[in-house]
Design a protein around this ligand. Sequence first.
Ligand code: DOR
Ligand code: ZN
Length: 336
Amino acid sequence: MTIELNSPLDMHLHLRDKEMLSVVAPLTSHSFAGALIMPNLIPPVDTKEALLAYRDRILDATQGDIFKPYMTLFFRDSYDYDFLKNFGNELTAIKLYPAGITTNSESGVSGFDIKKLAPTLEAMSELGLPLCIHGETNGFVMDREAEFVPIYTKLATAFPKLKIMMEHITTKESVDALDKHENLYATITLHHLLITLDDVAGGMLRPHLFCKPIAKRPIDREALLNVALNAHPKVMFGSDSAPHPKHAKESCGCAAGVFTAPLALAKLTEIFMERSSVANLQKFVSDNAREIYGITPPVKKVVLEDTPMNVPLNYGEVVPMYAGESISWSIKTIEK
Ligand code: DOR
Ligand code: ZN
């Protein structure tokens, strides 16, 4: 049996830089037609020169694959209308991190004073530039995302023309917020459809499943599965595939991030097949994102078949999710 996907998109991806970029970029560009690229480099991508140079390094690393990097800028409350307008089509969205909440986010937003953020958010609304948010407070780790929902509500109400993407949602509370505000959307990762906190820390600690936001309860995973499998029109796939070298994961002070890029499409197909929802996969991995972002990705036809994929133990220094295990679907052909 085969399944065909047209121009799959990953709307939340970390590609890093230098050697890591050269290892991981082809693992996405091989099978995806495009991806929304996160700006949390050191230093963060916050100027036009940095953004264009990073885009070019990504294109170099993708070795001629048909692949569109949709670029994002690291949110600063100093950005104004003219500064943002000057990016033209090169800028797809702006990513806002609360300060210190995750990898390389130290210079993010502290305090969430909406008045302070307003000029930049108004400029974004006028330009039709979406705002992607890592929505966590610095409260108790299991409650951080739910505690952020009132901030999403405030932002969505204060800036009704601004498209707000709740990134990598992990809770029922975030899922419920989707239908309460017209301008709220969400990305969902592969790993949050699969694991709960039990998988991370319920037995032996599994560092390769440790990420931000941390995986939550079974009831939360069910809520995520429900909207993903039904391809709710306001949710889209964003892997948050976040590579770290093995030594940074298997160490005292484990870096946050799950690396799923090379197996994402195979595993998503397996999940959607097992739950008799494969007719909705095209929407979840491409059509919803095209509609929400108003983008037209390059044409790329990916055919998957029910032949197992054996996941390698590592890609360079990076250990993927399901390392050494097998997934019941694999990519058969890719046509450009
Ligand atoms: O687990 C995560 N890793 N969550 C994030 O928000 C950032 C990411 C990274 O850049 O490593
Ligand atoms: Zn991320």
